[in-house]
Design a protein around this ligand. Structure first.
Ligand SMILES: NC(=O)C1=CN([C@@H]2O[C@H](COP(=O)(O)OP(=O)(O)OC[C@H]3O[C@@H](n4cnc5c(N)ncnc54)[C@H](OP(=O)(O)O)[C@@H]3O)[C@@H](O)[C@H]2O)C=CC1
Ligand SMILES: O=C(O)C1=N[C@H](C(=O)O)C[C@H](O)C1
Length: 233
């Protein structure tokens, strides 16, 4: 496949390497808004840029009828508009807050545990995410996905907020530390014990591989998708 990379920072560079190892041609490496010219006629775009520019980047690609794999987080208030554009332009869009296989298995485990806990009043629930000091958004997109998984499976919670859990607001602590690639924990605490489920990324390779696998999957698809569709979870 011909892959265009929109956003060429920590993630873009690793995706470039993995895509080429898997036999793909990387036809663009952009650090600016994509156009029909600078994209260089790709089969698919993989977008890992910044929260403040992702919407315009994705919009430009979809309006050129090019399918997009988006990993950029922190822009989801405009997701509905993007998903409408994908349908209107007869192309495909796939957003993943986290493309690693491990985190997507963690998402399924988290939802099952939340369902088990919905009738158990002895435990409080708290989320924690730890990332490198360069990260622009908080909480992480992965933490938001985890929170949404709990909210959708446990009616005790209506929404999420930064900091401690209070009433029907599920708390997320966002910690920025050194060069941490991404660690996510869910804690259930009672007066007598604690249950923790945790995912620790050792590096960014799992994120990058998942994005390239999603790009291979989305070819010839139409509509809006997530990593659950790619992995069959
Ligand atoms: N879904 C997932 O699995 C993962 C998602 N992410 C998310 O991906 C995003 C990128 O992360 P990361 O690579 O670490 O961030 P970086 O800051 O390392 O890279 C961002 C890149 O975007 C470039 N950029 C700036 N403006 C534009 C623009 N208008 N159009 C296109 N590119 C632009 C930057 O260029 P310049 O260097 O000139 O500023 C830089 O190359 C973040 O939102 C992060 O949360 C990260 C890891 C995994
Ligand atoms: O910025 C990062 O690095 C990461 N961001 C994503 C997120 O916001 O969840 C995914 C991963 O945790 C790394």
């Amino acid at each position: 496949m011909k892959i265009a990379l929109v956003g060429y920072g920590k993630m873009g560079k690793i995706i470039d390497e993995i895509a080429q190892k898997r036999g793909h041609e990387v036809v663009a490496r952009l650090k600016e808004t994509p156009t029909s010219e600078n994209l260089n006629n790709p089969d698919v775009v993989i977008e890992f840029s910044l929260p403040e520019v992702a919407f315009e980047n994705i919009k430009a690609c979809l309006e050129n009828k090019i399918p997009v794999i988006c990993g950029t987080t922190g822009w989801l208030e405009k997701r509905d508009e993007i998903e409408k554009l994908a349908v209107e332009n007869d192309t495909a869009f796939l957003y993943g807050s986290n493309f690693s296989l491990g985190v997507n298995l963690f998402f399924a485990l988290n939802e099952r545990l939340a369902d088990l806990m919905k009738n158990v009043d002895e435990y409080s629930c708290q989320l924690e995410e730890i990332h490198h000091i360069h990260k622009k958004d908080a909480p992480s997109g992965t933490a938001i996905s985890i929170a949404e998984g709990i909210i959708n499976n446990n009616p005790k919670f209506e929404a999420w907020k930064l900091e401690e859990t209070k009433g029907d607001q599920l708390g997320i602590f966002a910690i920025r530390e050194d060069e941490v690639p991404g660690t996510h924990s869910v804690f259930y605490r009672s007066e007598v014990d604690e249950i923790e489920i945790k995912h620790t990324a050792f590096n960014r390779n799992g994120f990058a591989l998942g994005a390239v696998v999603a790009a291979e999957w989305i070819k010839d698809k139409k509509g809006n998708f997530g990593m659950k569709d790619v992995l069959g979870l």
